[in-house]
Design a protein around this ligand. Structure first.
Ligand code: ITT
Length: 190
């Protein structure tokens, strides 16, 4: 089975490839020579994830999956949420993290959740798979691994941020790995 992964985020591609570990073949957008900026205008992870797969289905007629994900911070009314990639108005993650830390300030409620929704389009049918992990936001960045908000998120029960973990440690517990495990189970049962 070959599926196109509708993402322009190289970190997501790498994580998902390592989680799937060859159980099925993942083609990137570069592999199909697609360099488009796929529109993302929804207000939920589901809508955005489906927009990514709808785009490939409509343009290329391909079976594919897409990942929409983000960080929900309780004290910020679940922001940045679907706006995680552009919270400050730009895709610069330094600025996005600065804005989160500034808005959170000295708040004692540091509770946060990473969420991923995967949209799969296969055999003319639409499916969704979700993953989430609860944790908290630290006062200052820690670690250099991973991507996005990893330097400020500590999963509950751990004392390291995602950015202080190895890829294998993050992939063993992350929101993305939970969603991808459900996707892989579904595909392998077919
Ligand atoms: P595609 O839409 O092309 O897949 P994107 O980076 O725009 O790539 P999203 O729209 O899903 O992806 O935005 C999610 C943002 O949330 C992402 O840019 C990161 O900043 C953040 N994010 C998602 N998963 C993350 C993770 O595992 N660790 C840290 N930050 C993450």
């Amino acid at each position: 089975l070959e599926l196109v992964f509708a993402t322009n985020n190289a970190h997501k591609l790498e994580e998902v490839q390592s989680i799937v570990d060859g159980k099925f073949v993942i083609k990137s957008l570069a592999d199909i020579d697609c360099h488009d900026d796929i529109p993302e205008t929804g207000v939920t992870f589901e809508e955005n994830a489906q927009q990514k797969t709808d785009y490939l289905v409509n343009k290329y007629g391909l079976y594919c999956f897409g990942d929409d994900s983000g960080l929900e911070i309780q004290a910020l009314n679940n922001e940045p949420g679907v706006y995680s990639a552009r919270y400050s108005g730009s895709r610069d993650m330094e600025e996005n993290i600065d804005l989160v830390l500034e808005r959170l300030g000295a708040s004692t409620n540091r509770a946060a959740r990473f969420r991923t929704v995967i949209s799969l389009y296969l055999n003319e049918q639409q499916h969704f798979f979700e993953g989430a992990i609860d944790g908290s936001i630290v006062a200052e960045r820690r670690g250099v691994a991973g991507f996005g908000y990893d330097p400020i998120f500590i999963p509950n029960g751990y004392d390291k941020t995602f950015a202080e973990m190895t890829a294998a440690e993050k992939n063993a517990i992350s929101h993305r790995s939970i969603a991808v495990a459900k996707l892989a189970d579904f595909l392998l049962r077919k």
